[in-house]
Write a protein that binds this ligand. Structure first.
Ligand code: ADE
Length: 254
């Protein structure tokens, strides 16, 4: 899989993705993630990417030209063997692409715009995006928004990571990338852990315990020490249901 992130703040998106499981997934060639500065596609010497809104209102709007040119170039690059990036600001997450198979034909990239006004991102969406051969281009907003023509003619999908407003989409892009990449085959150490996740089963995961068996007078539930796997599995399902009812009744249609 390949993920390109287009942002005005490459460092914000790069740092979390260079660490831990996602960093290792890149080193192992399971995914290629590159973070690009939208300013690299600006046309003027001030590298302008935004302008005042027509009709007058507060704030600035991100311009069409750099965004169209950036996405078109990234699609072109992915449509042929991917060359070493010419962008100075391609961030530290960029890794070797030699061991990551790429389309040899036209890139069928999915262009996703991160915005608080988008459809709510969830585990189901993450699963839909997590296809080993797929190419995702994540477009991060800033200022008051982006020119509507970008949304109408360049973007395939608008998504939000929750009902709150961040200062820019780079954090949201890192969140989406993390949630998607961890679902790719081979990324998680234990192949069974993704299906056990909270949400994958429609329920919130129940409690987990580790040693010691007693800590400050609080004991691990006896059932977990019983060694009876059928009874333990039943208890886990019950606990997941209890927790889901308490914290997310909406998942049960309540
Ligand atoms: N940009 C700003 N806020 C956002 C959000 N909640 N989700 C996605 N992108 C955003």
């Amino acid at each position: 899989m390949r993920i390109d992130i287009l942002t005005l703040f490459p460092t914000i998106a790069s740092i979390p993705l260079g660490e831990s499981m996602i960093g290792k997934a890149q080193q192992r060639g399971l995914v290629t993630i590159q973070v690009h500065n939208i300013r690299d596609w600006a046309r003027d010497k001030h590298r302008t990417t935004d302008d005042a809104p027509y009709g007058g209102s507060q704030g600035m709007v991100m311009k069409c030209e750099p965004l169209f040119e950036a996405v078109e170039e990234l699609k072109r690059r992915a449509g042929s063997p991917y060359p070493a990036s010419s962008n100075q600001s391609d961030a530290a997450t960029a890794t070797s692409t030699e061991n990551c198979p790429l389309n040899t034909e036209h890139s069928s990239a999915q262009v996703v715009y991160l915005t608080p006004g988008g459809k709510r991102f969830d585990q189901q969406m993450a699963t839909r995006f997590a296809q080993p051969g797929a190419h995702l281009i994540l477009l991060c907003g800033h200022y008051e928004g982006i020119d509507q023509r970008v949304i109408d003619h360049l973007v395939d999908e608008e998504i939000s990571i929750g009902d709150y407003v961040l200062t820019n989409g780079a954090i949201a892009a890192a969140v989406v990338t993390d949630a998607v990449v961890r679902l790719l085959p081979g990324v998680l150490g234990d192949e069974n852990s993704a299906p056990d996740d909270s949400f994958a089963s429609g329920l919130i995961e129940g409690p987990q315990y580790t040693r010691p068996v007693e800590f400050r007078g609080w004991r691990v539930p006896d059932v977990l020490l019983s060694g009876n796997h059928a009874v333990i599995a039943k208890w886990r399902r019950e606990q997941a249901l209890i927790k889901t009812k308490r914290v997310r009744p909406d998942l049960l249609g309540e």
